[in-house]
Design a protein around this ligand. Structure first.
Ligand code: DHK
Length: 145
């Protein structure tokens, strides 16, 4: 069965109360439920994780090798700064999709750069919590090519 890791970075544990005008009112627990519901109908396995720590995210990406078929990564602010996360994705040679709730390209200029995009198969942003389901669909389609 296709196995997909959904990995979330810093401050995403605060979804629902964090700047809801930007990130919406849906909590991370709600998003996990949406992903698990999708997995059930799609016949896939979804593992869900979040950390505020860059090294822990690197460890989670390493641990995915041999266990997961693809990674959906909302690296939060590390998207714009982390060569370590970029290298981790490149190292495990798993397809990765970069995900953001907000449309980062319509926001501050420092959010326009992404290290993750350099090693991702694609990018989904601006669709709020629904973006997670879109990313899962896209990963499933990519893996069944
Ligand atoms: C989440 C964050 O925490 C920001 O640092 C990114 C992203 C955007 C999001 O939209 O999901 O810049």
């Amino acid at each position: 069965m296709t196995a997909i890791l959904v990995l979330n970075g810093p401050n995403l544990n605060l979804l629902g109360t964090r700047q809801p005008e930007v990130y919406g009112y849906t909590t991370l627990a709600d998003i996990e439920t949406m992903c698990q519901d999708w997995a059930e109908t799609a016949g896939c396995t979804v593992s869900f994780a979040q950390s505020n720590h860059e090294g822990a995210l690197v460890d989670a990406i390493h641990a995915a090798k041999g266990q997961q078929d693809g990674i959906i990564l909302n690296a939060g602010a590390y998207t714009h700064t982390s060569i370590a996360l970029m290298d981790a994705i490149a190292s495990v040679e798993l397809p990765a999709i970069e995900l953001h709730l907000s449309n980062v390209h319509a926001r501050e200029e420092f959010r326009h750069n992404s290290y993750i995009a350099k090693v991702a198969i694609g990018l989904i942003c601006g669709f709020g919590a629904h973006g997670y389901v879109l990313a899962l669909e896209a990963m499933k389609a990519h893996l069944s090519r």
